[in-house]
Design a protein around this ligand. Sequence first.
Ligand code: HEC
Length: 95
Amino acid sequence: MSRFNNLSRGNCAACHLSQPTQNHRPPLFTDTQYEALGVPRNAKIPANQDPNFYDLGLCGPYRSDLHAQTQYCGLLITPSLRNAATRHAFLSWRV
Ligand code: HEC
């Protein structure tokens, strides 16, 4: 947990907030903000079998309302990490 919160190491908590919420609820492990991280392409995601497919987050293809706003291409929401230790696959919600 120290690297998770350490500003000069992982600093994961900058986006995956690890402090209790303002109304004293357990941490959400997300700041609900959008980031462009450039996560490598995962061949196990079925949609990626098509070499012309790219999940560009806010500007599509799953979301269509911001398609013309190219400044948002590549921005994806920071997911919560709640129960992450019990999962065997990550980013699998990106179908
Ligand atoms: C700049 C903000 C930011 C920081 C710092 C950050 N993350 Fe994330 N994290 C994200 C975003 C955005 C995604 C989603 C990426 C995507 O969909 O391509 C993500 C995804 C993840 C996932 C996948 C979750 C899932 O549901 O599959 C894990 C696990 C994770 N981060 C762990 C970490 C760890 C551990 C650190 C620190 C070493 C860290 N993150 C630092 C923003 C951040």
